[in-house]
Ligand binder design. Structure first.
Ligand code: NAD
Length: 297
């Protein structure tokens, strides 16, 4: 199935969808990028073009491919444009209900042989598959942020995912230059099962006044040799995304140790969603120190 893949659909053109679409066009696929928000499509087109130019200027992509790749990208708000896609990667909001509705629509619109993949960070692939009539062709394809740079893709098999779907999805990720790890379909899979409780614990450490946000991040960065601290990482991922994943772990694994930290909940309630909103745990807006709000709500 994989060798015939020529057209990829990506639904959701936010941080992840735009990066996944970029990988597709840089690899020579024709890509349809879908978003209900036309402004998000405009932002995605700009960020994809500028990121492709960076690959060219660093010598990681040929000039010819750098010119050709953006032309392979087509943006739309009409899901029906995905009718010719061989694989669709969903990267919309982390909500089971919204994703299920989309999978049900994709099932009706796309060709019978198409693979329906989800970039979900934590939601059950088996349950998303149950919204379609083709559960053997539904799979998790979990890219890391930012997709063009991060080397890993977690591939998650639902209860009914076929070997053929698994092989084709793995081969596509490898074609994008990624290393694939395979996870069973349990909440959080591998990476977020381990990462999110660490981030949540960093919030508890801040919430209970153990240390300042700067010292928590410096401690973890320098003390455990990570490229950035857990609070900054949460800001980069999006605090709303982190909260959704903690809720999925809490519900899916049924253990109180996964209960989201109240401070994380409060930041999300306040709209402090992280770098994408200019403010999360840290403030990314260029405002004078004197008018910055107190970092601890
Ligand atoms: N942010 C991360 O670090 C990260 C990493 C891995 C996986 N993920 C997962 O990827 C998915 C997307 O995350 P993101 O950070 O890119 O989110 P985002 O908020 O940046 O982008 C989501 C986009 O989806 C669009 N959208 C929402 N509902 C839609 C619908 N029904 N149809 C079409 N478009 C719709 C929104 O307009 C928005 O542009 C989530 O499932 C998330 O858990 C995120």
């Amino acid at each position: 199935m994989e060798e015939k893949m020529k057209v990829m659909g990506v639904v959701g053109s936010g941080q992840m969808g735009s990066g996944i679409a970029q990988l597709g066009v840089m690899d020579g696929l024709d890509v349809w990028l879908v978003d209900t928000d036309p402004d998000a499509l405009v932002r995605a087109t700009k960020s994809i073009s500028s990121s492709i130019q960076k690959f060219v200027s660093k010598g990681q992509l040929s000039q010819a491919m750098g010119t050709d790749a953006p032309r392979r990208l087509r943006c739309t708000s009409n899901l029906k444009d995905l009718h010719s896609a061989d694989i669709i990667v969903e990267a919309i909001v982390e909500s089971e209900d919204v994703k299920k509705k989309l999978f049900s629509e994709l099932d009706k619109i796309t060709k019978a042989s198409a693979i329906l993949a989800s970039n979900t960070s934590s939601i059950s692939i088996t349950r998303l598959a149950s919204a379609t009539s083709r559960p053997c062709q539904v799979i998790g394809m979990h890219f890391m942020n930012p997709p063009p740079l991060m080397k890993l893709v977690e591939v998650i098999r639902g209860a009914d995912t076929s070997d053929e779907t698994f092989r084709a999805t793995k081969a596509l990720a490898e074609r994008f230059g990624k290393t694939v790890v395979c996870s069973q379909d349990y909440a959080g899979f591998i990476v977020n099962r381990i990462l999110m409780p660490m981030i949540n614990e960093a919030f508890f450490t801040l919430y209970t006044g153990v240390a300042t946000k700067e010292d928590i991040d410096a401690g973890m960065k320098l003390g455990t040799n990570q490229p950035m601290g857990p609070l900054q990482l949460a800001d980069f991922i999006g605090l709303d995304v982190c909260l959704s994943i903690m809720k999925v772990l809490h519900t899916g694994l049924g253990d109180s140790k996964y209960a989201p930290c109240p401070l994380l909940v409060q930041y999300v309630d306040a709209g402090r969603l992280g770098k994408k909103r200019g403010i999360g745990v840290f403030d990314y807006r260029r405002v004078p120190e004197s008018v910055k709000p107190n970092a601890r709500l």
